[in-house]
Write a protein that binds this ligand. Structure first.
Ligand code: PLP
Length: 419
């Protein structure tokens, strides 16, 4: 998610008035009109796909057709792992369908505690707190750590949940140019020495699939006395000898104060978390509003997460296969003539850059008709004017499937004039 939060074009006061009341939805008319014009050209709506049946982590039935999934963030392919599924079924039998309560009241069950233990084992940290989603983890942790009078220094291309966490906490927000160590240093240097400062980074940036130069950024943040939070949503499972993320791979474990992550990608379910070695970290359970004022995850969900996390600790072979797939797809798409957002494969996200929305939607639809699902990304999820078809690989994609994927891209690219 970039800084570019689209503000719909200004709509005059008279346009806004429907009857006697002000129509609060009128400000979205430009977006509604743009979408209707696009659908009138006969393309399928990229944002209303329904998976009729999911056959495996890499195959589903969409509109009656068997389709290869290449846009799921299911990096490690854990969603159909028999032990993961069995753990969820058992917890459903043992604890029921939901907790009907907050973690701080009636909503902490044995599986929630066990899931936090699994995270502590996985990350080797003293503390782990589970939230209901990764979005809420960022919202909660960032807004609680940095409040009025503090500064949050964040990459301009940060995810929406990071921006929203900043706004919820009322801290001063300072943005630096995407992945620019020099700009981070410059902006930190302008802040009052004594002020509380939190630098927020991501291991992998999900739109372009590029990684952050974490060692250099950490050195600069430390020089200016800032604490550091790293979001490893797209790095967990895949990077580092233990799969902890880019910060582990780049040797920054001792210097990152807080690691945020999600269960909705490599872990293969839903939920979010923050891990830390800070001696007072557990106080967040009492003061963090998005932790306190919402119901906890169903026990079946945290039981699947705990099982998956423990299996990811020993998933070196899957990591190796995922790297092989990512490199092959990146090189193969480049050889076919597609414009890729990064020079080399930096993560399991390979982003194909399209010149405009028309080409992006046409290629997206041709791929789907050819039996391949990828994610279409457009503003405000991407920087203004940027249209991407984002491919996210899975450790369960076979060599044969990667070959098929390249074949479908070649046919669709030629049919739509993209290559
Ligand atoms: C970098 C980053 N942080 C946080 C999240 C939120 O995760 P969740 O899906 O668990 O809310 C995402 C999800 O796309 C993400 O890409």
């Amino acid at each position: 998610m970039s800084e570019a939060i689209d503000t719909p074009e200004a709509v005059s006061a008279t346009d806004r008035v429907a009857g006697h009341s002000t129509d609060l939805l009128a400000k979205f008319k430009p977006l509604i009109n743009e979408r209707e014009a696009l659908l009138a050209t006969g393309v399928r709506d990229p944002f209303s796909i329904v998976m009729e049946k999911v056959l495996s982590p890499t195959r589903a039935i969409i509109k009656g057709q068997e389709t290869i999934l290449l846009g799921t963030y299911n990096y490690m392919g854990m969603t159909f792992d028999p032990e993961v599924v069995a753990a969820g079924k058992k917890a459903l039998d043992d604890f029921g369908s939901g907790t009907t309560g907050s973690r701080v009241l009636n909503g902490t069950y044995d599986p929630h505690r066990d899931c936090e233990e699994a995270l502590k084992e996985f990350y080797g940290t003293k503390s782990a707190i589970v939230f209901s989603t990764g979005y809420q983890a960022n919202l909660g942790v960032i807004s609680t750590l940095a409040g009025k009078g503090d500064y949050i220094i964040l990459d301009a291309d940060s995810h929406a949940s990071i921006y929203d966490g900043c706004w919820l906490g009322n801290a001063e927000i300072v943005r630096f140019r995407h992945n620019s160590v020099e700009d981070l240093d410059k902006r930190l240097g302008r802040l009052p020495r004594e002020a509380g400062k939190l630098v927020v980074l991501e291991g992998v940036y999900s739109m372009f699939g590029d990684v952050a130069p974490l060692p250099e950024m950490v050195a600069v943040a430390k020089k200016h006395g800032a604490m550091i939070l790293c979001d490893e949503a797209h790095g967990m499972g895949f990077f580092g000898p233990n799969g902890r993320g880019v910060y582990e791979e780049m040797g920054c474990e001792a210097d990152i104060d807080f690691v945020v992550g999600t269960f909705s990608k490599s872990v293969g379910t839903v939920g979010g978390f923050c891990v830390s070695n800070h001696p007072d970290f557990e106080v967040l359970r009492l003061v963090c509003r998005p932790y306190v004022f919402t119901a906890s995850l169903p026990p079946s969900v945290v039981a699947t997460a705990a099982t998956s996390i423990r299996k990811l600790m020993k998933a070196g072979d899957k990591r190796a296969h995922l790297w092989k797939n990512s490199k092959r797809l990146h090189q193969g798409l480049r050889d076919l003539g597609f414009n890729i957002a990064t020079e080399t494969a930096q993560s399991a996200i390979i982003a194909v850059v399209l010149p405009d929305q028309e080409h992006a939607v046409a290629l997206w639809q041709a791929l789907l008709e050819g039996g391949l699902y990828v994610n279409l990304a457009r503003p405000p999820a991407t920087p203004a004017g940027t249209y991407l078809l984002r491919c996210s690989l899975c450790a369960e994609h076979s060599d044969e499937q990667v070959g098929q994927i390249l074949g479908i891209f070649e046919a669709a690219g030629k049919a739509t004039g993209v290559i």
